[in-house]
Ligand binder design. Structure first.
Ligand code: RM4
Ligand code: MN
Length: 388
């Protein structure tokens, strides 16, 4: 039997970090669609994130992307976030949108360009000092398009040397999170294409380096929960970038394409007792809402993670272990599916009511008038979006 009070306590402790860039205008390489009411400044992105938190109670931090979210005074921005009821979370470094980075950033063959990339990363650590952020998240677009274009192994050496310098610069309580991605924008070889490469770099760096699993960054059919289990065993799962994919790095709403996969992933996290903040796993969203309304999409994303987690917590572990030890294949599978097939929405509605929240955060958002207000107020200026 599963203790429902314990399930609710565990769910109440789950914190999901929102990406500032999900509130800006995004699109594909064909078109970026502008939406009315989109933030013009990092402060307005924080306001939108704070809405998501006030309605879900589960999204107390917002990740920044530098230089997209650059401001003259990051200490002041942190105080602004505090005033809005959230805090600044992970600092993401963008070393992929500059003409100089055509052949890569930290693995570029040109030492001058590598230095420029490194300086950008070190600047991100300065920002972390000012905002009180724990994590620096690194994703590199580095790689090659053609066999022979560059030396695969030399690129790894350059990457490792740069990571070393960044790692050395971190404070005692700060971490370096290294994200991998199978391909794109590089098509022939990517310098950090998979969890193995990321893990090797993290192991070489030291205990405060860990791997980020972006759920959209794998080949179709990859067993992501297996990767999660392996990284958890090593104590090197730094966090997730949650999103959904049908084809490539689609950045759709988490749990939209494959809610069962999300459940299986969260099951591994629950199994490893790594759900609460103490375990140090950063549960982040990394999504773009190209055609749908952004704030309700973020609310829905938070709810989807909560639902998958609730189902993972409902697995009757004792019954599952018994079935597994007895070689009861179908019995074990049935225990897992019973949990997955449970409608957890009433449980989560109850939890929200207990927390003094509206049981239906999306409906509460639509009733709040916030969307109408930002559409009316955010006139003029330049809307935030890719590249700005
Ligand atoms: C990358 C990667 C990073 C994200 C950027 C915007 O594909 O997923 O995490 O910061 O996109
Ligand atoms: Mn990501």
């Amino acid at each position: 039997m599963v203790d429902l009070t314990a399930v609710k306590t565990a769910l109440a402790a789950l914190q999901i970090e929102l990406p500032s860039w999900s509130f800006g205008n995004t699109g594909t390489r064909f078109k970026v669609f502008a939406q009315p009411g989109v933030p013009r400044t990092p402060q307005e992105k924080i306001d939108d994130a704070a809405q998501v938190h006030s309605l879900t109670g589960a999204a107390p931090s917002v990740a920044l992307h530098i230089p997209w979210d650059s401001v003259p005074d990051f200490g002041e921005l942190a105080r602004y976030a505090d005033g809005a009821g959230v805090r600044i979370g992970t600092i993401n470094a963008n070393v992929f949108q500059d003409d100089d980075f055509r052949l890569g950033s930290v693995a570029n063959p040109d030492p001058g360009i590598r230095r420029k990339a490194l300086d950008r990363l070190l600047e991100c650590v300065d920002i972390m000092d000012a905002t009180g952020s724990r994590d620096l998240k690194l994703w590199f677009a580095d790689g090659t398009n053609y066999p022979g274009q560059d030396d695969i192994s030399a690129r790894q050496d350059r990457l490792a040397a740069c990571l070393q310098e960044v790692y050395r610069r971190l404070g005692e309580d700060q971490r370096l999170l290294l994200e991998y991605k199978l391909f794109e924008p590089a098509f022939y070889s990517t310098d950090v294409p998979d969890w193995g490469t990321s893990l090797l770099h993290c192991l070489a760096l030291g205990p405060r380096a860990a791997v980020v699993v972006d759920t959209g960054h794998h080949a179709p059919g990859t067993n992501i929960e297996f990767i999660v289990a392996i990284l958890l065993r090593q104590g090197r799962l730094g966090g997730f970038d949650f999103n959904s994919r049908f084809y490539a790095d689609d950045d759709l709403i988490v749990g939209a394409a494959d809610p069962f996969q999300l459940f299986r992933i969260m099951r591994e996290v629950v199994q490893a007792e790594a759900l609460g903040p103490k375990a140090g796993i950063a549960f982040m969203l990394d999504q773009c809402h190209n055609i749908e309304a952004k704030i309700p999409a973020q609310i829905r994303s938070v709810m989807n993670v909560q639902e998958a987690t609730a189902k993972a917590l409902l697995v009757d572990s004792a019954a599952l272990t018994q079935a597994q030890l007895h070689g009861d294949v179908l019995g074990a599978h049935a225990v897992l599916m019973d949990a997955y097939d449970t409608d957890v929405r009433p449980l989560l509605a109850e939890l929200r009511a207990d927390q003094g929240l509206d049981p239906d955060p999306v409906a509460a958002y639509h009733r709040s008038g916030y969307q109408e207000r930002i559409v009316a107020q955010r006139i003029g200026g330049t809307q935030a979006g890719w590249g700005s």
